[in-house]
Design a protein around this ligand. Sequence first.
Ligand SMILES: [Zn+2]
Length: 184
Amino acid sequence: MWRFRLESLHRYLSKEMPARTILIYPNPLLKEVCRPVAAIDRETSALIDDLVETMHAGAGSVGVAAPQIGVTRRICVVDVSANRHGCDNNHGLLALVNPEIIHREGGAVMREGCMSVPDYTGDVERSTSITVRFLDRSGDPREICASGFEAVAIQHEMDHLDGVLFLDRIASLKTGLFRRKNYK
Ligand SMILES: [Zn+2]
C-alpha cells in the first residue's frame, strides 16, 4: 500500500501521466451520444490532461475525444500546430468543453484517419471554415474561427461526441475508404 502511495506521489510530482488506452471500432462506446459537462471540476481537469497526454502519445495525432478513452462526455482536445498541414494556421492546443459549431462555410474533401480506426483512412467532406463556441479548461466561454486543417480536425473530434466516426461520413465505401499502408 505504501509502495502504491509512493508511486502515485512520484507520478503526481513528475507530472508523468500515462496515456489512456484508445477504444477501437466497433467498441459500442464510440457510437454513443455524449452527455454535456455540467461543471469544470478537478475530475474534468484530470480528464483534459489525460486527453492531451493521449493525443501526444499517438503518432501524428492531432486530436482525441473523451469517448475514445471510454468517457462519454462532451470534451475533446485538438492541436494541429505540429502538423505540416496545420502548422501555419491554428490556435495551438485547444480543450473544447461542450463545443458547438455556430457557423460554417465552404466544403472540401480531405483524407482523414482516426486512432479508433487504425487500419483505414477515408475521404470525407467537411466545412472549410467554422465558428466554434465552447468552454475552455478554466470554464470561460470562448468563440474561435477555425479554417483549413484545424477546422477539419475540430469537426472530426466533435463528431465523436455524437457517436459519429469518419467511416459514417464517407460518401462511397468503394472509392473513399483506404487501407493504411504503414502500421505504427
Ligand atoms: Zn477520431
